[in-house]
Design a protein around this ligand. Structure first.
Ligand code: NAD
Ligand code: DAU
Length: 343
């Protein structure tokens, strides 16, 4: 395989960070550029092990800053763009939607323009199953790539808008693109504002776990390593213009997820605290991954093996999440959950 220059936007975040490490290890001959603004969700301490590698590079930049992005792209002449950078938390999009439009929509459009300008060989846009809206509880119905786009939150509306722009750059300008739409990820370096790392970190501190509504909403959990292998496959083998759903049939109610973690850590169910529901809370997500499987993808984890590995990782890496939950996060948590206190 010839040497490639790959820019990974959002490579200091959860999934982008795991993907950067996966690529640096797997392709020593590729040059991997992590382009990230380092918002509250980005941190570089996770890359301590690879920061001195010859094939890893970091560029601090804002994807919604056209001038900077163009000058970086003109200088580096990337072959591939793998685009993770985004505002990613649904709850934050409900309280403050505007930054989601700036980063997720405008930022994506600027990256598309810069990619067209230097004729990249692939623009892979990492999207989400949330663009399809919600499913009801019928376990035989799944999201396919043909499910209509019907986003319900400001976050998913911003991601759907960016998906449509990516499609338009393929149809209008022939930019070689792929869109991947993945279900909920979990695993190492998951920021503790999201359900699984929030539960693990709070339970380890004997603090209550806020469960929205009745806890019966369903998510389809995929270990981040399996998401990385899916993106690697689509990047190298995906047909231009195609969308690929990513998910491993691991549907769980939120209550089941929280109970699994409590039981693995031998903590009482009395730590569960039912709180006011999320506005517009999608009932169920569930992916049909047949198209990706036909391309050759197979996940390595199921929920049971993946959650055990993840809990162990949080036990072994307390210093990483403890530095996060002691900072600005504390203020966020108090503001977000004080509103929900009385159900
Ligand atoms: P994250 O919030 O952990 O990380 C986002 C990263 O983007 C951070 O490093 C942040 O600093 C960076 N960033 C934010 N704004 C930026 C800007 N203007 N310029 C440059 N960098 C910026 O997100 P995540 O959970 O790793 O999600 C990554 C991508 O995958 C997102 O596009 C998200 O929509 C998508 N996705 C996430 C999941 C999930 O379960 N987490 C599932 C499916 C799809
Ligand atoms: O489906 C893919 C999406 O998964 C990604 O596009 C998003 O970026 C990612 O954040 C995630 O979105 P969710 O909203 O599904 O994830 P979150 O961890 O925020 O919530 C998971 C479920 O748990 C959801 O039904 C809401 C519920 N929840 C969440 C939190 C933070 C709670 O009950 N209590 C909580 O404190």
């Amino acid at each position: 395989m010839s040497k490639k220059k790959i820019v990974v936007t959002g490579g200091a975040g959860f999934i982008g960070g795991n993907f950067v490490q996966y690529m640096v290890d797997k392709y020593p001959d590729y040059d991997i550029y992590n382009l990230d603004l380092l918002t509250y969700a980005g941190d570089l301490t996770k890359h301590k092990q690879i920061e001195d590698n010859n094939n890893y590079h970091f560029i601090k930049a804002d994807i919604s800053d056209r001038e900077t992005i163009f000058s970086v792209f003109e200088k580096e002449k990337f072959d591939y763009v793998v685009h993770f950078a985004a505002e990613s938390h649904v709850d934050r999009s409900i309280t403050d939607p505007e930054i989601f439009i700036k980063t997720n929509v405008l930022g994506t459009q600027i990256l598309l323009d810069a990619s067209k300008h230097i004729n990249v060989s692939k623009f892979l846009h990492v999207s989400t199953d949330e663009v399809y809206g919600e499913l009801d509880f019928d376990p035989t119905v799944f999201f396919t790539e043909d499910t209509p786009i019907q986003p319900n939150s400001p976050y998913s509306a911003s991601k759907a808008s960016s998906d449509l722009l990516v499609r338009a750059y393929y149809e209008t300008y022939g930019l070689p693109v792929n869109i991947t739409r993945c279900s909920n990820n979990y695993g190492p370096y998951h920021f503790p504002e999201k359900l699984i790392p929030l539960t693990i970190s709070r339970v380890l501190n004997d603090e209550s776990v806020p469960v929205y509504g009745d806890g019966k909403n369903i998510r389809d959990w995929l270990h981040v390593y399996d998401h990385c292998s899916a993106i690697d496959l689509v990047l190298h083998n995906g047909a231009n213009g195609e969308v690929y759903n990513v998910g491993g049939h691991n549907e769980k109610t939120n209550l089941e997820v929280v109970e699994t973690i409590l039981s693995a850590l031998d903590k009482p169910e009395s730590l569960i605290k039912f709180v006011e529901d999320r506005l517009g809370h999608d009932k169920r997500y569930a992916i049909d991954p047949t198209k990706l499987e036909k391309l050759g993808w197979k996940p390595t984890y199921n929920f049971e093996t993946g959650i055990a590995q993840t809990i162990q990782w949080y036990l072994d890496n307390k210093e990483w999440w403890e530095q996060i939950i002691s900072g600005e996060y504390k203020e966020y948590f108090e503001k977000q959950y004080s509103l929900k206190d009385n159900k």
